[in-house]
Design a protein around this ligand. Sequence first.
Ligand SMILES: [Zn+2]
Length: 473
Amino acid sequence: MGRTLLLKNADILVTMDDERREIQNGGLFAEDGMLTQVGPTEELPKTADKVIDATGQIVLPGFVNTHHHLNQTLTRNLPAAQNNNLFPWLQAHYRIWAKTHPEASRNSALVGLAELVLSGCTTVFDHSYLFQSGNKVDFQIEAARDLGVRFHASRGSMSLGESKGGLPPDDCVEEEDDILRDSIRVIDRYHDASPGSMTRIVVAPCSPFSVSEDLLRESARLARDKGVMLHTHLCETLDEERYTLERFGKRPVEWMEGLDWTGPDVWFAHAIHVDDEEIRLFAGTGCGAAHCPCSNMRLASGIAPVKKYMAAGVKVGLGVDGSASNDGSNMLGEVRQAMLLARLQLGLMPPEGPRKHALLPPSHPLRAGEWMTAREALELATRGGAAVLGRDDIGSLETGKCADFFTLDLNTLQFAGGLHDPVAAVVFCCPQGASTTVVNGKVVVDDGQIVTMEMGKVVTDHNRMSLELAAGH
Ligand SMILES: [Zn+2]
């Protein structure tokens, strides 16, 4: 028998399996990072190489973060970008991000990933698209391996500078041949498509306003040739919609569809400004959406129609985005915001049908099914995210899946008085830090602390580099 792990005595274990079982006095048993048993504690083996007693705790499947920019942890809360929407916000950041050097790249990955595992996240997709100043995807992949996080890295790109009608300055974009060559190198070197994979690569040009038509087409061709997923920002703002309408005479979704950017291997970040026909297109072609509520509120971008997506059968996951537009990497916080924002949307949007003329209050019985529940929000962060990333081995706790999970102590100040329904308390009550986080059957967070790395120096170095980069060093 290989490396074994037993978790026992959890007050509740949330499986997120097809039956959505929530097991009282639950536990699980894993061998070499894969679950071999999930069920009541009394039915599990009595010992293992590593035993976790989860008495007084709730266990959930590890969250899946479907959209992030780890390097932006260096530019959180930048004064020049505190109060603006996407385009000016990007313009305030591009040149600083382009100075992300290897040490800053590694360190920013460690900061963002550490925050994520402390908030229950075990699989992270990062969308990196600036590779000046010696930065390479390799530094992030190495950081994720050192910390012990399941990581989907992107070899993203920008090729359309200002002089060619794009948004980023010319000195922040790359030559397209260089982008494609390095994308092939990174895929060949790191992409692992096998079940239980800890590292996958995604081809991810940045957006329709920073990447040429040619590169979008070539990126799709390369991804299909290599069997990797495709990702970009889409329908994030009305400025973007105006850009593609003016420049190409098409709405963003129609523009991307014409460049072979639809299919089950594609997912879009934000996907806010879509009409019903575009929602049907996503559902019919299998495109996924990464919903990033905090970022969308922070930049006043809008509210993605998540409940409509769910009703139409579109795959939806959550992303903390940022971290310059969040400005944190807390997945539990994002789950809570997803539920709350869907409810605000419900209060703002008139219902469809004959009552279109009246704005029904959210309490109206006609709208009961439109409420996003706490369990639905948790589902987005687990099963939903796994589906968006094209993985069937994560997102739920059941035999044959990865041993990725986290626990929360139920006897805390945050949950006090809210234990009538402990599963919903995870979303309704204020986020708290994970007590234990396990990735691939290995403990990464124990007793609320990262145990795979000393974080003190990481934070000190990060603050130094962050100030240096903003000051122009
Ligand atoms: Zn983004």
